[in-house]
Design a protein around this ligand. Sequence first.
Ligand code: HEC
Ligand code: HEC
Ligand code: HEC
Ligand code: HEC
Ligand code: HEC
Length: 372
Amino acid sequence: MKFFLSLLLLLSSLIYAKDKYLDNHSCNECHEKIYEEYQSSAHSKGYFNDELHRKIANKVSTKKYECAICHTPMADNLKDLVEGKARPDKNNKTHTDAVSCFFCHTIAYVKKSHKYNINIKARQAENYKPTLYGRLIKPDDSDKHSSSKNPIYGKKVCMGCHSHKLNDNNVTIFQAMSDNQDSNRCIECHMPEIAGGAEKMDKRSRGQHASHKFLGIHDKEFRTTGMDINISTLKDSITIKLTNKMAHPLIIQPSRVKYLEVKVIRDNKEIWRNYKNDPKEDKEVFFEYRFYNKNGKRVIIPANSYSTDSTNLNAHKSKTITYKNIKLKKGDIIKATMFVRFAKRDCQSVIDLEDNKFKKAFILKESVKIFK
Ligand code: HEC
Ligand code: HEC
Ligand code: HEC
Ligand code: HEC
Ligand code: HEC
């Protein structure tokens, strides 16, 4: 029996080994621009170069690395990582490549599933160069790979990892997409067409390509485009309307917190603010996911939580808040600023984050009005 099992394992690993993996850097030879963009993107970050990810992963388990399914999906020993028989290895390209070029471009189908969706990879024919999928019309082949247009690709390609994730107790850890939402809109915002051919020579003179920077919340300019902050005033009240313009909730990542600060400034002095010491005091505009243990007590790491609730603002939804009894005078400056913390303060109580970007709040968007 044991013999058959190991024979089976050997066979399956042989079948696997036939899948030739082309690492990220190998694409640089012809897709120089795209490679450079990708290197600056969140998809190139994982266990070894994303401190927040690594520290939470180690807090969840120092044995099993289940995160690999989405964060290091190309791992040549994925099953072992998930089951705790191997650890992330910084000398293994299929680990350091994080969400790799080859992985994204060989997704053949995305299967809907309860806990999280599953990326089904294309089977590559033995002894042939791999076929990479995309959305180019009549793409050229190269000596490294064949190319093929795959309609499933544009429609579903983001759903495999970004749709939703539940923990073992059926608690939703994040939900970025609803059930029947496709990926086309995600691509429109996060991968806009920019100048330069898809490959170095631009033999087909396409002149532009889809940006692989995957700009998101870490980009100062881009992140201002996700919401509107509208200020209106009466002589004794301020009304703020927040509108989420994105195709997903305001908060996706449970480690984040976003909050609004509203101030009235008169003669260079702050005369009113919507909270005294802690932004949390203004619950209406403090956006976060919260997790609880079996006894209903707050926990920070969501992996083992038993329930959750959130203050969030869903896709394309607005929220209006009115602050009363503020006696405004002509010339008063009303400033409404939305801030984001990449790792909420509570995170520091369970993990020790060194990077300064996790220690302060950043401006997401600011809006100013002068009372007339
Ligand atoms: C079902 C797929 C999936 C699994 C499994 C998964 N993640 Fe993620 N993770 C994502 C996606 C998608 C994002 C990007 C979403 C975002 O930033 O809002 C992300 C982002 C993150 C971030 C934010 C990165 C940063 O620095 O800004 C952290 C931290 C993180 N994940 C930790 C983990 C850990 C730890 C595990 C394993 C215990 C895990 N994830 C398992 C899909 C997954
Ligand atoms: C030897 C050069 C070369 C290398 C190396 C190379 N490619 Fe390509 N690739 C091309 C050419 C040429 C095209 C066609 C471009 C066109 O039609 O405008 C292409 C097209 C593509 C397309 C578009 C497919 C479609 O159907 O829309 C994708 C995706 C792609 N390559 C991904 C990759 C990835 C990922 C790597 C690294 C693993 C890689 N390529 C390495 C030359 C190369
Ligand atoms: C194989 C899984 C996977 C697929 C497929 C995938 N992503 Fe991601 N994405 C991730 C992970 C994991 C992260 C977080 C990485 C980190 O920061 O540690 C992420 C992060 C992001 C971010 C956050 C950038 C930031 O800095 O705020 C954006 C935007 C994004 N992905 C867009 C997309 C889009 C658009 C698609 C579809 C074209 C897509 N992703 C497909 C796994 C995936
Ligand atoms: C209308 C433009 C728009 C569309 C459509 C859109 N996004 Fe975003 N997304 C943004 C902006 C702007 C940000 C950064 C600002 C923010 O997070 O508040 C962002 C942030 C993100 C982040 C990072 C969140 C974090 O906290 O790390 C991820 C992941 C993401 N989007 C994935 C997706 C996916 C998947 C889709 C498709 C369902 C999608 N986006 C559709 C505009 C868009
Ligand atoms: C998170 C998934 C993801 C990753 C990772 C990724 N791509 Fe793409 N790529 C896409 C999507 C989606 C498109 C199609 C965008 C469109 O058609 O608007 C695309 C398009 C392309 C194209 C065709 C150009 C075009 O304008 O459509 C090439 C070439 C390409 N990618 C190469 C690469 C290379 C090289 C890497 C790594 C350096 C990479 N991709 C990493 C999702 C990904």
